[in-house]
Design a protein. Structure first.
Length: 71
């Protein structure tokens, strides 16, 4: 992964969900299944792109988690 890709991921990870169940939560704290659902179903390009970036990072690094995984 290039330094530019890492920077984009870091920005996306800190992005706060603007609406919905996880409103005002950083993407780093949102379950993977919700991120992929947003990326596939929502028409807000910025939010979709950010969710997709975080989901792909988790996919590549084996870091997916779901709500029940959060302690």
């Amino acid at each position: 992964m290039t330094p530019e890709e890492v920077k984009r991921y870091e920005v996306a990870d800190r992005f706060k969900m603007p609406w919905g169940k996880y409103r005002y939560k950083r993407l780093e704290d949102i379950p993977s299944s919700y991120l992929i659902w947003v990326a596939e179903n929502v028409k807000d390009n910025t939010v979709c792109t950010m969710c997709d970036l975080v989901w792909r990072w988790r996919e590549e690094n084996g870091e997916h988690f779901e709500e029940e995984d959060i302690s």
